[in-house]
Design a binder for this molecule. Structure first.
Ligand code: ATP
Length: 274
């Protein structure tokens, strides 16, 4: 079942050069982008810095309005949804950002951060909230006794786990990870990736996984969309994109990380040799 459909999305930004008499100009950051995400799958969006990945993710999460195109979620056109429809969408689609500290309120305890959805729903008993927070802390591999601590008392990897716990608190259908492991040390990165994959196996939601690191993408994705200069130049299964890339840009990206997977690498070289 198709969960998310992004159809013909374009985003133009109006930019102004430097100086008092600088002219305004329009810059197309995302240009006629279309893709789908099936329920339960992970679609990675890769591409170099500035290729439009984050802008695409922000449009898919309704954090940014597209200039043109539509976003359909669970069969509903949500491009301009408001009120209850938007609130439902905001519940179903959660975003995990690159810097966990900037997206966690430093003045709130982790318990308060994680249980915010319960507060909105009018659940008040402190014991219910505590139990909810502790269960989620455990699910993401944190010590449940630490739920009264503040974000600054955690390491970067632990803080990202809190961000993930907060996303899961509302039982989402889609989690958009925008460079969610990019700022972490490689060993911590591997642990958080393992966690993300386990949570998906347990709960069956989908990921849109934005990353510039191909080794990370290879680990987590089932399908891969490659972006260059605002456009999707190639989309296919992980095996196809890594093993038999069709677009020159994808080949260049892969060539920059030659030892991503010896087997796929060999297949790619064989193919290129004809
Ligand atoms: N608010 C904005 N105003 C003007 N230009 C913008 C704005 N947001 C993004 N851009 C430009 O749009 C292009 C795409 O940016 P985007 O952040 O989507 O790329 P990205 O692939 O996610 O790159 P990175 O990995 O560096 O974040 C870039 O050239 C960026 O400078």
């Amino acid at each position: 079942m198709t969960l998310l459909e992004v159809r013909g999305v374009t985003k133009e930004f109006v930019t102004r050069g430097e100086g008092a008499r600088a002219r305004k100009s329009t810059f197309t950051a995302v240009d006629d982008v279309s893709f789908e995400v099936e329920l339960g799958e992970t679609l990675a969006i890769v591409g170099e810095s500035g290729s439009g990945k984050s802008t695409t993710a922000r449009i898919a999460a309704r954090l940014l309005e597209p200039t043109n195109g539509t976003v359909v979620f669970d069969g509903q056109d949500v491009t301009r949804a408001q009120g209850k429809d938007l609130a439902k969408f905001r519940n179903d689609v959660q975003v995990v950002f690159q810097d966990p500290f900037s997206s966690l309120n430093p003045r709130y305890t982790v318990e308060r951060i994680i249980t915010a959805p319960l507060t909105y729903q009018g659940v008040t008993p402190a014991t219910t909230k505590r139990a909810f927070a502790q269960e989620l802390m455990e699910r993401v591999g944190l010590n449940p006794d630490h739920c009264r601590r503040y974000p600054a008392q955690f390491s970067g990897g632990q803080a990202q786990r809190i961000g993930i716990a907060r996303a899961l608190a509302v039982n989402p259908k889609l989690v958009i990870c925008d460079e969610a492991v990019s700022a972490l040390d490689v060993s911590i990165q591997a642990q958080v990736l393992e966690l993300l994959m386990r949570l998906q196996r347990e709960s069956g939601f989908s990921y849109v996984f934005i990353a510039h690191d191909l080794a990370v993408v290879r680990q987590i994705s089932q399908r891969v969309a490659v972006m260059s200069r605002g456009r999707i130049v190639e989309v296919g299964s992980r095996e196809q994109v890594f093993g038999e890339p069709r677009h020159e840009y994808t080949k260049t990206l892969l060539a920059a990380v030659p030892r991503i997977n010896p087997e796929w690498d060999a297949r790619r070289r064989q193919k290129e040799a004809g």
